[in-house]
Unconditional design. Structure first.
Length: 362
């Protein structure tokens, strides 16, 4: 029996979640503080490189986690166990949807949790699907995404700076945001999740030789996609305009075109495999242990970085200060506090505060 059908935890996944947490906080604080232009160019470039990458890694990890969590039920073929697993996924989806709606209600338009809820609900429906159907499903989602970007107006609903989404509380606005042009719309983000579910059914991530090959392929693909993107944008700008070329061939998450999907998926796999190897080699290191524990509390930290991290800035009038230096320093300060909290919390509890609450909801 391989690790996917055992109780052994892959701590490298937790380490990858920890890195995704800091990447997400850096990007979200930059967005919340409107720190887009002012500041050192190199720092702008670094934070721009993280946009859409940390969240893609999160979604792929979520898909892998679902496959690992439901592996025994699927392998058993026992209908009662499968129904129980599906019920658990639906309950988690409901919990995340409610939590995401609360974050939207307080003005956090970049929420990802209500999208996660849809992904989990789809996972429950596809729990007994074959591996091939996951890949076909992901391909179909990407095809729909292409047609959406070609024939629909991506800017509808957005403010001029793409920070606020108007009419999100109307049925049409919410549906459009959820499926097409929100921060993490189902098309194409569900494809990341299905890719993760497919990976979670394989043993590549635990076989060192196969993992090394996958690392080389993923890293090469990430670099290749960035090179192709730049070449296409440069070559087609005279024909499409710079804005049109970026729209179709850029690797930024908004709009999430095919170039972005493959570049983000490749970079996410690269980071994921490096984290698995690092966790295997330095598992007993206190630093690695701290990061692993931080990753295990990722849901708590996601909500806390909005509810707790941004509240003092809102109260003191420092929220939209426009300084990327400040947003970056503040992000690392919050992350350091979250890491320390995680280390000591896990000494006394098996799960994080929100993770425990979600488990009770199940």
């Amino acid at each position: 029996m391989n690790i996917y059908q055992s109780n052994e935890r892959i701590f490298g996944l937790d380490l990858a979640r920890a890195l995704a947490v800091i990447g997400m906080i850096l990007v979200n604080y930059k967005l919340a503080m409107n720190a887009q232009d002012a500041g050192p160019v190199w720092l702008q470039k670094v934070t721009e490189a993280l946009e859409g990458r940390a969240s893609a890694l999160f979604v792929i990890l979520a898909g892998i986690g679902v496959s690992l969590m439901t592996a025994k039920a699927r392998a058993s073929g026992v209908r009662e166990l499968i129904l129980t697993a599906q019920k658990t996924l639906y309950r988690r989806a409901a919990f995340l949807f409610v939590t995401g709606m609360l974050l939207l209600a307080i003005g956090w338009s970049a929420d990802i949790l209500h999208y996660y809820a849809v992904f989990l609900a789809v996972a429950a429906l596809l729990l007994q699907s074959t591996d091939r159907k996951f890949l076909l499903g992901a391909a179909g989602i990407l095809v729909v995404t292409i047609f959406q970007l070609l024939f629909l107006d991506y800017s509808i609903g957005w403010s001029a700076n793409y920070h606020e989404y108007e009419n999100v509380w109307t049925l049409s606005g919410f549906t459009r945001n959820l499926l097409f042009n929100g921060f993490h719309p189902v098309f194409p983000w569900l494809a990341f999740f299905l890719l993760g579910m497919w990976l979670g059914r394989k043993d590549w991530l635990t076989r060192k030789k196969a993992r090394t090959r996958l690392l080389l392929i993923a890293a090469a693909a990430a670099v290749f996609m960035e090179m192709v993107s730049r070449y296409m944008m440069k070559g087609l700008t005279p024909l499409l305009s710079s804005e049109g070329a970026r729209y179709l061939f850029g690797t930024k998450p908004m709009p999430p075109n095919l170039m972005y999907f493959f570049a983000a998926a490749a970079s996410a796999l690269t980071v994921l495999i490096i984290c698995i190897q690092a966790a295997e080699r330095w598992r007993e290191s206190r630093w690695v242990q701290t990061f692993i524990r931080t990753g295990q509390l990722s849901l708590t930290h996601y909500v806390a970085h909005i509810m707790v991290g941004l509240a003092p800035l809102q109260l003191t009038g420092l929220l939209e200060n426009g300084s990327i230096v400040f947003s970056t320093i503040y992000a690392f300060i919050f992350y350091a506090a979250a890491a320390v909290f995680s280390f000591y919390w896990k000494n006394h509890h098996s799960r994080g505060p929100l993770e425990q609450l979600m488990r009770r909801w199940e």
